[in-house]
Design a protein around this ligand. Structure first.
Ligand code: 5GP
Length: 111
């Protein structure tokens, strides 16, 4: 069964899209935890970061640079958090790799 992010990538589900190229899509989180809360998602179906391989190295690097560019675009370059939840115990709820870009407020400690 498709994950919600696969449905968004395939155009089956709408999203508030911010960025897209052949490999990556970024859109606003439906339940934002901060004034800026963007999800950056590789189109390749990788379950989570622990399922990424060396073949994905360039893709993962590109995601970092997309995150940095979006942080500038949304004026949070001086204070943002980029994180990925890996596995249910970490709070992962959508099992298609994604990175949360959070900012626009004072962010609390992790954990
Ligand atoms: P996770 O908990 O897996 O790290 O993050 C999943 C994120 O996806 C959550 O922050 C949740 O709010 C967001 N989300 C879940 N379903 C949808 C959806 O249909 N559209 C959008 N834009 N975000 C979603």
């Amino acid at each position: 069964m498709k994950t919600v992010f696969q449905k968004i990538i395939d155009g089956d589900l709408p999203c508030d899209k911010i960025f897209e190229n052949e490999r990556i899509i970024a859109f606003k989180d439906i339940a934002p935890q901060a004034p800026v809360h963007i999800l950056i998602v590789p189109k390749k179906a990788i379950q989570d970061i622990s399922h990424a391989t060396k073949e994905d190295a360039l893709l993962l690097a590109e995601i970092m640079f997309v995150a940095s560019a979006l942080a500038k675009q949304f004026h949070i370059q001086d204070g943002f958090r980029l994180l990925t939840n890996n596995g249910a115990d970490a709070g992962q709820s959508v099992f298609h790799l994604h990175f949360h870009l959070l900012g626009g407020k004072k962010l609390g400690a992790l954990g």
